[in-house]
Design a protein around this ligand. Sequence first.
Ligand code: ZN
Length: 204
Amino acid sequence: MLSVDPCGPDRYIPAMSAQTPAAQPETTAAPQAETLPLVIAPDPRLKTRTRLVTAADRTRVSALAQRMLATMYAAPGIGLAAPQVGVDLRLAVVDLQPDDKPAPIILINPKVEKTSTEEVTREEGCLSIPGQYADVTRPERVTVSYEDLDGQTQTIEADGLLATCLQHEIDHLDGILFVDHLSALKRNIILRKMVKEKRLRKNG
Ligand code: ZN
């Protein structure tokens, strides 16, 4: 089954412990951009509603988006939202790499305009919750509006994995994690594991 933001512990841990970095795809949208450290749950920055990107943020956002893409490809993942790199802005990047070629989408101030009544259940993971996966039920299709780097409004009508991925990333901008869609029981099992792992990392 396909995962959103997939990131198995075997790829994640070497990348974070400064051993051999995970291999980069041969061509990325921004081979020059440096990666950013990922914010790992539990962290209050992942639970905060982010602010709108304004015209004054444009220059910064363009460079930041390239670094977020580099971070996402290196992880590897298929989506990354600004809070996951500790930035309080409504900005996310997504790339499902159809045909194994980079096809990045940079979403500034994205908004879910319309959702289908039909729902779909898909296994999700998150670069901020490494090694944890769970089935999440969401609308099957979405219409999302966003601004591109030129400030033009764009619209995507998505289904399949892209629809799930867009909803997962936009949730991040509102301080919502995929575990927040689970039952309290399932959520607490995952969060307790995350607390324990964070403590181990600090002590190790
Ligand atoms: Zn995520």
